[in-house]
Design a protein around this ligand. Structure first.
Ligand code: PXL
Length: 275
């Protein structure tokens, strides 16, 4: 247990093992007091279910933030995931200014795209606004698709280290933003995560599991944040989160009917052990 208090801002997809229903249990399991700000409530996530409901909670956010300011509530870290609109990105910037402790960490997962395409509700204006939020962060966790959208770079499925370095330099031109770039695969059987910190590149390579699973980005970012707030280095936290996600995917694949997310709950004990 440590004494950090984090605020995580992302949607509640009632069914689907993603966003807040992943972040809250994982961060809590990591021993971190976790406050939540739901950006929207959806009946399910948007990737594969049809006819989902979507209630935008944007209008509630300023009053919630004002109340926290009145109560003097501050956070050691703010971690954001899937947000519902450009307006919400602006609200996140405002909350970070008002409610993040001096020296607190802004961790942004620009959850908006995968496999070369933006998720259904987003457009290029959203990607641009997200890039401005990321430029103000301490740590960002994009996948390659998100990195490409935020830097106007051509998306490639085959690439070399030079292509990745170019993305990292565009995401953090002065080296101030630490980038944890996920899904970086240099060989057919492996994938991994690149950590770009203080302009230094390091790579943690691990097994690639052929079939992609939904929600792994959220599981990864939450486990990474939990490990980081437990005092691990960025690289160590990136490695702990990668090993956890691989274990979750392998376990989930034993049940081929489970298509909409990963069974991260079954492996929480492993994550706690690795902290
Ligand atoms: O896992 C990212 C995510 C979060 N929330 C919602 C989503 C998605 C991905 O599609 O639809 C609502």
């Amino acid at each position: 247990m440590n004494d950090s208090r984090i605020l995580t801002i992302q949607d509640i997809s009632c069914v689907g093992q993603c966003s807040l229903t992943v972040a809250l249990p994982i961060l809590s399991a990591c021993g971190i007091e976790t406050a939540i700000l739901p950006s929207a409530v959806l009946s399910t996530h948007t990737a594969g279910f049809k006819g989902f409901t979507f209630r935008d909670l944007s209008d509630d956010i300023p009053a919630i933030a004002d109340h926290w300011v009145k109560e003097g509530i501050q956070f050691d870290a703010i971690y954001t995931g899937y947000l519902g609109s450009i307006q919400q990105i602006d609200y996140v910037k405002d909350i970070a200014e008002k409610c993040l402790k001096v020296g607190g960490k802004k961790i942004i997962d620009p959850a908006m795209a995968d496999n070369g395409a933006l998720y259904s509700i987003f457009d290029m204006n959203y990607a641009h606004e997200m890039s401005t939020l990321c430029s103000q962060a301490d740590i960002i966790l994009p996948n390659i698709t998100e990195a490409c959208f935020m830097t106007s770079t051509e998306y490639k499925t085959e690439y070399d280290q030079e292509y990745i370095l170019n993305l990292l330099q565009k995401l953090s031109p002065d080296g101030k933003v630490t980038v944890v770039l996920t899904g970086v695969s240099y060989t057919p059987d492996t994938t991994g995560v690149v950590v770009y910190e203080n302009r230094t590149y390091s790579y943690y390579e691990h097994k690639k599991i052929s079939k992609g699973c939904h929600g792994t980005g959220d599981v990864y970012a939450s486990a990474f944040t939990g490990a980081l707030l437990n005092g691990h280095s960025t690289y160590e936290a990136a490695k702990i989160a990668a090993d956890y996600v691989v274990s979750c995917i392998e376990y989930t694949q034993k049940d081929p009917t489970h298509w909409y997310g990963v069974k991260f709950e079954a492996k929480l004990a492993e994550l706690i052990q690795s902290l």
